[in-house]
Write a protein that binds this ligand. Structure first.
Ligand code: BGC
Length: 524
């Protein structure tokens, strides 16, 4: 009898120990929800090459990089880039091997319609995207298509580009071509990638077309893009949605801003204002119909102080507000970094001076080689909560997030950046009930990084840009991401950290079992 009791107690002790081990191992991380859309992102000018092949027309990046190479850090261009125009099957095979649910790529407008005008289409350009889409679908990968990722046809730029309101109609007609030719297979559309960055090309000498039109050009380019987006959204609703059953949005980027001093009301207000100028500029209109009130107020005030007869921030008509309201079927979020802010007028050239804030970084935040990318995963989590509260918890897909380095194959810093941001997303999903349904990492491949040429590398896969064959080599981050996709979580069962964690768990459990035995079983 005594023996039975002892046996029972020992059995119980072992059971408790096993429970502790298993719960520690299994609950060491949250999981992404079933069906989570893992993917990778790219953009046409950054990877395709084939800049003048098969009837493609010249776009603003072709023009700028070829006529003014001194503007690009390493005087390079996207003439060949990753040569994905020819090697797309290899790239789709990589996506397949990663087991990605979706692949985000952009369509080069001047490959579809060389001048941008749709009365003269380029059948070979259309055929290229048909091949790419078919290849993705044959491999069970969902195409997530950006219509415009910064490369408008040069002819349309010569007409004024995004500061000419007529661009919105050209864009709508271009979108009609895309819906008609590809909408039977493409169900996820992003009209415009990061409209704010395009605006920099018209104001702060940021990107192509490299114009310096100050605040007027900055806001005008944004205004036209918003109207263009709303026209495309309604075109889809009116003529394609019933049949094609897809979803349409635009992707919005920006830092997240947090108060320098969380206790200071002035800093809290400044951070909120900065976020409204940064993300609210393009999110508020598509969720609520107009610019954020604080942005309207501050730009109007500034324009008045400057003695202008009208505000540099254009005004939407009542009709335009109605058409803009509710034109995002999902929130496409690009996020790389966070800054702390205080009220001030010493704005960096990269930030909008009208918003009157100064930025600060915490010295402990890890900086990437690309200096604007400072890893602040906590800021990312706060941004997801901000979006949830601001826009009624919309479905969110993170369409860009990634890390720039010198191209090393042992890219452990990239792994740590991506891992910490995925972990922040997981916490936002599980602890704050944020409705995040996907994550497409920037980027599948090292690519042409705009003004920085090939200086910074963002790929999970390295591309040798000195070799005409542009061979691809897998980096450590590729293996890491593959495991995340396979396991829906961040527990990496073969990694050293995980084994260490497992052994530590076993060690502590043995001590627990031993103590139970000494203090509980032995004395009886
Ligand atoms: C852009 C990408 C770019 C990435 C990293 C994003 O803002 O959409 O085209 O490569 O930043 O620089």
């Amino acid at each position: 009898m005594m023996n039975d009791i002892l046996q029972f107690k020992m059995f119980k002790t072992v059971a408790v120990g096993l429970l502790i081990i298993s719960s520690n191992v299994l609950s060491s991380g949250y999981k992404f929800p079933d069906g989570f859309m893992f993917g990778a992102s790219t953009a046409a000018y950054q990877i395709e090459g084939g800049w003048n092949e098969d009837g493609k027309g010249e776009n603003i990046w072709d023009r700028m990089t070829r006529s003014r190479p001194e503007l690009i850090s390493d005087r390079s261009n996207g003439d060949v880039a990753c040569d994905s125009y020819h090697k797309y099957k290899e790239d789709v095979a990589l996506a397949k091997d990663l087991n990605l649910k979706c692949y985000r790529f952009s369509i080069s407008w001047s490959r579809i319609a060389p001048s941008g005008e749709v009365h003269k289409l380029n059948p070979l350009g259309i055929a290229y995207y048909n091949r790419l889409i078919d290849e993705l679908i044959a491999n069970d990968i969902v195409p997530l298509v950006t219509m415009y990722h910064w490369d408008i046809p040069q002819y349309l730029q010569d007409l004024g580009g995004w500061v000419n309101p007529i661009m919105s109609d050209y864009f709508k007609e271009y979108a009609r071509v895309l819906f008609s030719h590809f909408g039977d297979r493409v169900k996820w559309w992003i009209t415009i990638n990061e409209p704010k960055e395009t605006c920099k090309g018209y104001s702060f000498n940021g990107y192509a077309p490299y114009l310096h039109l100050n605040q007027t050009g900055y806001y005008m380019a944004g205004h036209t893009q918003l109207i263009a987006h709303s026209k495309v959204y309604h075109l889809y609703n009116d003529e394609f949605r019933a049949k094609q059953q897809g979803k349409v949005s635009l992707s919005v980027n920006g830092f997240f801003y947090v108060p320098k001093d969380e206790q200071s009301q002035d800093d809290v207000d400044t951070a909120e204002r900065a976020n409204q100028f940064e993300r609210g500029w393009f999110s508020h209109p598509v969720y609520k119909g107009d610019y954020p009130p604080v942005m309207r107020q501050w730009v109007d005030k500034k324009s008045k102080q400057e003695g202008r007869p009208w505000s540099t921030l254009p005004t939407f008509t009542k009709k335009e507000i109605e058409l803009l309201n509710g034109t995002a079927d999902f929130y496409a979020l690009n996020y790389y970094s966070t800054r702390m802010v205080k009220h001030g007028s010493d704005a960096d050239v990269n930030y909008n001076p009208d918003a009157e804030f100064e930025t600060y970084v915490d010295k402990s935040w890890p900086v990437s080689l690309a200096p604007w990318i400072i890893a602040v995963p906590e800021g990312f989590k706060r941004l997801l909560v901000w979006i949830k509260n601001e826009y009624g918890n919309p479905p969110v897909i993170i369409t860009e997030n990634g890390f720039g380095d010198n191209g090393t194959l042992n890219d452990f810093e990239r792994i740590s950046y991506i891992k910490s941001h995925l972990s922040a997303a997981l916490r936002a999903i599980h602890e704050d009930e944020c409705n995040v349904f996907g994550y497409t990492v920037w980027s599948l491949l090292d690519d042409f990084e705009w003004m920085n040429g090939y200086v910074y590398r963002f790929g999970l896969v390295s591309v040798d840009f000195n070799n005409p064959q542009r061979p691809r080599t897998l980096k450590a981050s590729y293996g890491f991401f593959k495991k995340v996709v396979a396991t829906y979580g961040l527990d990496d069962s073969s990694s050293t950290t995980h084994s260490l964690k497992l052994w530590l768990n076993i060690f502590f459990c043995l001590i627990t079992m031993y103590s139970i035995y000494i203090f509980y079983i032995l004395p009886r």
